[in-house]
Design a protein around this ligand. Sequence first.
Ligand code: WT7
Length: 655
Amino acid sequence: MTADGAYREDGEGRIRVLMKTEESFEPPPEFVAQANASDPGIYERANEDPEAWWGSWAEKLEWIEPFDEILDWSDPPFAKWFGGGKLNVSANCLDRHVEAGNGDRVAYYWEGEDGTRKELTYAWLHTETQKFANALKGLGIGKGDVVGIYMPMIPEAPVAMLACTRIGAIHNVVFGGFSAGSVVERMQFSEAKALITADATMRRGKPTPMKASIDGTLDHVESLEHVIVVNRGDSDPPMTEGRDHFWHDLVDAADPECPPEPMDAEDPLFILYTSGSTAKPKGIQHTTGGYLTGVSATHKLVFDLKDDDIYWCAADIGWITGHSYIVYGPLANGATSVMYEGAPNFPAEDRWWEIVERYGVTIMYTAPTAIRACMKWGVEHTQKHDLSSIRLLGSVGEPINPRAWLWYSENIGGGRCPVVDTWWQTETGAIMISPLPGLTTTKPGSATVPLPGIEAKIFDEDGNEVEEGAGLLVLTRPWPSMARTLYKEPERFVETYWSRFGNDVYLVGDAARIDEDGYFWIVGRTDDVINVSGHRLSTMEVESALVSAEGVAEAAVIGVPDEDTGQAIFAFVTPEGGVEGGDELEAKLRDHVADKIGKLARPKHMAFADDLPKTRSGKIMRRLLRDIAAGNELGDVSTLRDPEVVKDLQEQVKE
Ligand code: WT7
């Protein structure tokens, strides 16, 4: 379906795997009896009048000035939601809970990897956010300025985000696992004025330098005036006089009161860079009113949130999942969450389950990759702990294979919990396709049906709707938490998402299949994006990292199915003349990619050849690379410029 049939091979393979189970699961009656959403009529009502539906959710927020128009869709794809309304996100996440007398309520049970435990109440978050907001103001940062955040999973991370929203600064969080190069690039693209980071991040019991790892490259960010450093590891980071400040120095000196800045519903809230089809990441831009409406509504409905729940989303704040379902959705709803800093298998493979037991976690949200890792480590680790508090399980980030779904349901959920497989993206801001746990019959491997108010369809190449079968997933109606643009690249926004089938049809970039019951089965990306452990990487980004290494003439990168990480990166590399391909070069290149992008982008497989399979016009045949990687019969290769290189590569793959 794409130019080179990107998803056909592993795509169809995956559909077969996904369809293997015929089982389906009704919501358990005890769950239905208490569910937030138990009236099937909500689908019909929301779909008849989606604006009224979203308007009713927006009204549950606290507005400084009420909105006078729910949706303005007169200039697609540039939607305006809740026009005329003014609100502040931090006030919705903090002040209103404190004012309602819930200041002592725990917002996060924070657990450090080293065993440190803290109960962060709404009152504490409220005060720290205001102090830090004043600290930012004191540095001359205000409404509309971009602030980078490159931090571990520590209490200061949500405080930093909330403080930005308090004063109307736009945060730009970069996942802590990305390397200096990725951080700097994202700071440059967004012209960040300040960057908040930490001296170190705890990894498997050891502080790993964070500030020092980026320090040398920060000079390349011309717009950067201030760097604020949290002391997490007592590691004495390099500090540049005048530019760099310790978090604690600023906060200790700051006034504890900072009134929330009234923001227009359509004012930008944050940008978050994500990988696209080119080497340049896309700055997905979300806005204030629509985003908060979308995440609070979906968090309440999909996770069936109740006052006494202990909710745990085991993602990282650096991804959209962390933004929407660790920070903004849960805090807007006044939830009590668990936030864990470290690795799931440190000091041992039962760490997560120890956490579940300690805090009595009731709702757990994680990614298929993590579930598969737990399966591999063995069920005995889960059995050491009492997991009976859990009542609902969620999955996100990549298609979940039925075996992992069933394992999760049986071993973590004890066979009594609904499983919600939630499909969405950085661009959609909030969950789009997912079961409602008290209403939807689930089929392992399917994200089931669009949420009330959301309209999803499958289109064929020509834009005809496919009633049953596979094709391109599209969203055919605007929704409040939709991305508004790509930061400083509105044309690219229109071109990437809103041009294929007209400017009012959102092209998702995923292939999917719709079955006879109208259930959606996500197959995978149709663009040059690889999904490794639920993390999005572009083939072009990895290729350009590889060719920037010494001794590399050319590189082509594809995603291959992987039983642990969903997809893995396979790199085909042509060394420069005189340079030997082999284990040594492979190790060097893996380090180089880790350096350029981050460890998560390191190719798992590599093969070397004097040339790559190309057409006579010189285009790399990725489809053929995919067949080679899969060990498939190749058929006719006579159109290749040099059919010999294929044999060479095939032999290496066999090894
Ligand atoms: C891509 C978006 C959504 C937060 C984490 C990833 C894939 C996401 C599912 C799911 C099958 C899924 C899609 C999507 N994806 N959730 N439940 N089933 N695939 O956000 O980095 O923006 O990636 O992740 O391919 O397009 P992201």
